[in-house]
Design a binder for this molecule. Structure first.
Ligand code: AMP
Ligand code: GLY
Length: 428
């Protein structure tokens, strides 16, 4: 089969890496891809947002199956467009992807179907939003309704920060139309956890859980990023909590889809807060997480193409994937300045020595090959992954490998997995 993977991040490199192991795959194209995908796939320079150009390429190249990475393409209707041309594609339609692309739509869905989440209010008017902020308790959370590259969520500790956030989102239109309406919600305390489940309308096939580290600095300080590193499984989850997530979140989600007539097919990735009063949904994502995917796919022993096709064909209930019992870690190496402004074009060295350590795979994100050199080309540059038992062994190996990789102004968190295996961090 000829596959097309759309996107250019670490998630897409991990998808290409895993899909390339399927004996049924003869060729993979990646648009636009990165400096890592080009060694196992053919990178094609089509901008990830040119929906028609992507569809035309898939038709001309007789692509058998397409896998989409980024959320904005799903929200823009790439699945609808491909299907209308008779092309097979993995992911939700634009209508179903509203569960990610509109936080107010998702909130309304959760409230109506009894899915636990933070209490919230939606505002279309900045004056009313400000008035509300003057009469409530802090901290509170202010979210642009639409997609904002992971930057549209502000935790406001006081009225001043809340008013600034509202002004930037609604009056100055920092996130364009994504901030025309905002959700203001209760601040939830607890530990975060990422759930991934393939959903085909009839059933949900749950992947192992993972934990992301969203803030840019150690100790969960600084602004939110797309994610600075993951561990899988999520050590804070007990079996009884997993069951509670199934009963209180995934089952009502599937029922809600049926009641509302939403035809959801694809990856559902709810971000959860494990609070003292149980797990609550922070947001629904309708795609693979990045960098969760890098850790999860290291643990998948079965054929990923089989799973994605079964999802697209509504046959998930027949699938019983096997997972590596070992834990996985992904440590992101980023450009200095990320998630703010950063420079590109720095030479990267040391990937081969890093990967010569057993059980290490380095996934590329913002990288490009030019004149025989590998250069930085984005905020998140690489994701260094390792497997091990216990989790502390995976963490130790990932950092050992990360130490071998150099580029100017490299930045990384040095505490991925620290909450879960503190002894490893004390001794290092
Ligand atoms: P979201 O895009 O909604 O997942 O938000 C991004 C990040 O903001 C989450 O991963 C949390 O770290 C944080 N966050 C979002 N909503 C809340 C909330 N209600 N309480 C506490 N933290 C939150
Ligand atoms: N790592 C968080 C996300 O993909 O949204």
């Amino acid at each position: 089969m000829k596959l097309l993977v759309i996107g250019s991040g670490g998630r897409e490199h991990a998808l290409v890496w895993k899909l390339s192991q399927s004996p049924r795959v003869t060729k993979i194209y990646c648009t636009p891809g990165n400096g890592g995908t080009d060694s196992i796939a053919t990178n094609v320079a089509i901008a990830a947002d040119s929906l028609e150009a992507l569809r035309d390429f898939a038709l001309e190249t007789a692509i058998d199956f397409t896998v989409v990475g980024p959320d904005d393409l799903l929200a823009a209707g790439i699945v609808d467009l491909f299907r209308a041309s008779g092309l097979r594609i993995f992911g939700p339609t634009a209508n179903a992807a509203r569960l990610e692309s509109s936080k107010s739509f998702a909130k309304d869905f959760m409230v109506r179907h009894g899915i636990p989440c933070a209490a919230s209010r939606v505002f279309q008017n900045s004056r009313e939003a400000r008035e509300y902020c003057r009469s409530t308790v802090y901290p509170l959370v202010i979210k642009a309704d639409g997609l904002a590259l992971g930057k549209g969520v502000i935790i406001a500790e006081n009225l001043q920060t809340a008013e600034d956030a509202i002004h930037r989102m609604m009056d100055l239109k920092f996130f364009g139309s994504a901030g025309s309406s905002i959700v203001i919600e209760e601040f939830l305390k607890g530990s975060e956890c990422s759930i991934h489940a393939l959903v085909d309308g009839n059933s949900a096939l749950i992947f192992p859980d993972a934990k992301d580290h969203k803030r840019v600095f150690d100790g969960n300080q600084g602004p939110n990023t797309g994610g600075m590193g993951t561990v899988s499984p999520c050590p804070a989850l007990s079996d009884s909590l997993r069951q509670q997530i199934q009963d209180e979140i995934l089952d009502p989600f599937l029922l809600g889809l049926r009641v509302d007539g939403i035809d959801f097919s694809g990856m559902l990735f709810p971000g959860l807060m494990l609070t003292a009063s149980g797990p609550k949904v922070l947001e629904f994502n309708c795609r693979f997480g990045d960098p969760e995917t890098q850790s999860l796919l290291r643990r998948l022993k079965s054929d990923l193409l089989d799973l994605l096709e079964a999802c697209e064909q509504g046959k998930l209930a027949l699938m019983k994937p096997e997972w590596d019992e070992r834990s996985a870690t992904c440590v992101v190496l980023a450009s200095g300045g990320y998630p703010g402004a950063y420079e590109k074009g720095k030479e990267i060295t040391g990937i081969q020595p890093a990967e010569s350590i057993g059980d290490v795979v380095v996934f590329h994100a913002g990288t490009v090959r030019k004149e025989g050199k590998l250069l930085t080309n984005g905020g998140r540059v690489l994701g260094v992954t390792a497997l091990g038992t216990p989790l502390s062994a995976a963490v130790k190996t990932a950092y050992e490998a990360a130490d071998k990789i150099q580029f100017e102004n490299q930045k990384r968190r040095s505490d991925i997995g620290a909450d879960e295996c503190p002894s490893e961090f004390k001794s290092s």
